[in-house]
Design a protein around this ligand. Structure first.
Ligand code: AMP
Ligand code: GLY
Length: 418
C-alpha cells in the first residue's frame, strides 16, 4: 500500500517514520512535508492543504492507495468527503463528524445529549448575555473557549472577571464561545482508532500545554509529552473505556457520525472521575511523537484494517514495555509570536535507536540548509525502561538541536517521576 500523509508537523514526521517500518507499506509520501519527513519518505511540496485539487493530482501521479490526514483544518474543510467523491480512500472524518473538533458548541451539545461526563457549559454568541453571565459568576474560576478552531490558543482560564470579559469580547467579534466551569484534576490524551464500527484504544499519553515550567504561562499546542502515563493504571483505563469511550462510539454510531479514523479524547481526571474536555478528530501533536515509538503494532496494518472496515480482526494495538518522553524545541517568542528562518546547525548523529528527533516546522533552503519555519520546530524523543531514562535521552537529543532563539521546557514529565 502507498500512503500519502497530509501535513508538515512533528506528528506527520512521526507517522511517516512509523509507516516506513510497516510490512504492508510500500511507499510513504508526505504532502507538503518538512525537512525531516524527506529523510523517511518522499515529500510532495506541490501539495497544498488549502487546495484539494493538488491533493487529488498528487494521488493520481504517485499511485496513492490511502490518504491519512494529519491536521484538523483540512478535515474541518471536508477533505475526506472530497477524496471519497474522487474514489480515493482516506482515513479521517468527513466534514460533518469533524465538527466534533471544529465546533466546540457542536461537541458540547453531543456530549450533553448523550449524558457523557463533561464540564458544565453555556454557549454565547452575543456580548450582552455573555457579560451578564460572567459578572454573575464573579470570583469563580471559569474557562472561556472560542467555538471554532484556534490551534490550542482559543482558551482562557481565569478568575479575573475583567480578563474573561476582554478575552470573550475579542472572540465574539468573529465566533461564538462557551463559558465552562473550571475542572480541577490532571489531563490525559486517549486515542481511539475506529473503522466506523469497532474501535481500538492506544496507550495513554499526556502533553504539557503550558508554555513555561511548572505548568505556568499561556496555553500552547503542547511543549512536551509522555507515553504511557504512570498515573493511568488498569483500573482507570477500564473506567475510561466503560464511562467514556464505549458510550461515545455507540453514540457516534447512533447519530450517523461514525467514521474510519482517529478520535482524540482530551480528558480531565477529576475527583469525580474522568470528564471530556474536548474531542479532536486526529492524532495529537506532540502526543503522536511519543505514542508511536511505544506502539508495538504495525501502523500500516492498522490503517489498512481501518480503511477496509475490519478493525475487529486486526492484531491488538499492544504497548511496548518502558516509556517515551518528548521535548518540543520552539522558536523565540512562541506562542505569542513566531520567528522564522533561523538556520539550524547540522545535528550530530544520535547515539542509538533509543532517541529520535522529529522535525515539526522546518524547510530546506535552496542551498540545502535546514531553516526553521517558526513555532514548534522540533520534538526530541527518548525511550527507556522508565520515564527518567526516557527523559535523559530526550534532553540529550534536544540539546543537539541548535538554532538562534531555540528554547524548550526543562521539566517535561517531571511531575510524574516523583
Ligand atoms: P480545549 O481546547 O478545550 O482542550 O482546551 C485547551 C486546554 O485548556 C485544555 O487542555 C485544558 O488544559 C484547559 N481547559 C479546557 N477546558 C477546561 C476546563 N473546563 N477546566 C479546566 N481546564 C480546562
Ligand atoms: N497536543 C494537543 C493537540 O494536539 O491538540
Amino acid at each position: 500500500m502507498k500512503v500519502l500523509i497530509l501535513g508538515s508537523g512533528g506528528r506527520e514526521h512521526a507517522l511517516a517514520w512509523k509507516l516506513a517500518a510497516s510490512r504492508s507499506v510500500t511507499g510513504v509520501f508526505v504532502g507538503p512535508g518538512n525537512a525531516g519527513t524527506m529523510q523517511v519518505g518522499t515529500n510532495l511540496p506541490e501539495v497544498s492543504l488549502a487546495s484539494f485539487d493538488t491533493i487529488e493530482a498528487a494521488c493520481r501521479q504517485n499511485g496513492i492507495d490511502c490518504v491519512f490526514v494529519g491536521p484538523e483544518t483540512p478535515l474541518a474543510d471536508g477533505v475526506v468527503d472530497f477524496l471519497a467523491s474522487r474514489k480515493i480512500a482516506a482515513i479521517g472524518p468527513g466534514e460533518r463528524a469533524a465538527q466534533l473538533e471544529s465546533s466546540k458548541a457542536f461537541s458540547k451539545a453531543f456530549l450533553v445529549r448523550n449524558n457523557l461526563p463533561t464540564a458544565k457549559a453555556e454557549e454565547f454568541s452575543e456580548a450582552a448575555p455573555f457579560e451578564l453571565y460572567v459578572r454573575g459568576q464573579a470570583g469563580r474560576r471559569l474557562v472561556v473557549k472560542k467555538s471554532g478552531l484556534a490551534a490550542g490558543k482559543g482558551v482562557l482560564e481565569s478568575s479575573d472577571t475583567a480578563e474573561l470579559l476582554a478575552f470573550g469580547a475579542s472572540v465574539l467579534r468573529e465566533d461564538s464561545l462557551l463559558v465552562e466551569e473550571f475542572l480541577e484534576g490532571w489531563e490525559v490524551s486517549i486515542f481511539g482508532l475506529s473503522d466506523g464500527t469497532d474501535f481500538v484504544v492506544l496507550p495513554p499519553c499526556t502533553d504539557f500545554k503550558k508554555a513555561h515550567e511548572g505548568d505556568s504561562g499561556p496555553n500552547t499546542g503542547g511543549m512536551g509529552s509522555i507515553c504511557p502515563v504512570p498515573w493511568v493504571d488498569d483500573g482507570l483505563m477500564q473506567r475510561i473505556r466503560t464511562a467514556i469511550l464505549a458510550p461515545t462510539y455507540a453514540a457516534l454510531q447512533r447519530e450517523g457520525l461514525g467514521y474510519a479514523g482517529i478520535l482524540y479524547f482530551g480528558l480531565m481526571i477529576t475527583a469525580e472521575g474522568p470528564k471530556v474536555l474536548e474531542f479532536n478528530v486526529r492524532f495529537g501533536d506532540p502526543e503522536t511523537q511519543v505514542l508511536l515509538p511505544m506502539l508495538g503494532a504495525d501502523l500500516g496494518e492498522l490503517f489498512e484494517a481501518m480503511a477496509a472496515g475490519r478493525l475487529a480482526g486486526a492484531a491488538a494495538a499492544f504497548q511496548r514495555p518502558g516509556a517515551a518522553l518528548g521535548v518540543v524545541i520552539a522558536s523565540r517568542g512562541y506562542p505569542a509570536s513566531t520567528e522564522k528562518g533561523a538556520r539550524v546547525e547540522p545535528m550530530p548523529a544520535l547515539p542509538d535507536s533509543e532517541s529520535v528527533i522529529f522535525h515539526a516546522s522546518t524547510v530546506r533552503d535552496t542551498a540545502g540548509r535546514v531553516r526553521t519555519g517558526g513555532g514548534r520546530c522540533f520534538t526530541a524523543v527518548g525511550t527507556g525502561r522508565d520515564l527518567a531514562e526516557a527523559a535523559s535521552r530526550a534532553y540529550a537529543a534536544a540539546d543537539t538541536v541548535r538554532f538562534d532563539g531555540a528554547w524548550c521546557r526543562r521539566d517535561i514529565g517531571r511531575k510524574f517521576m516523583a
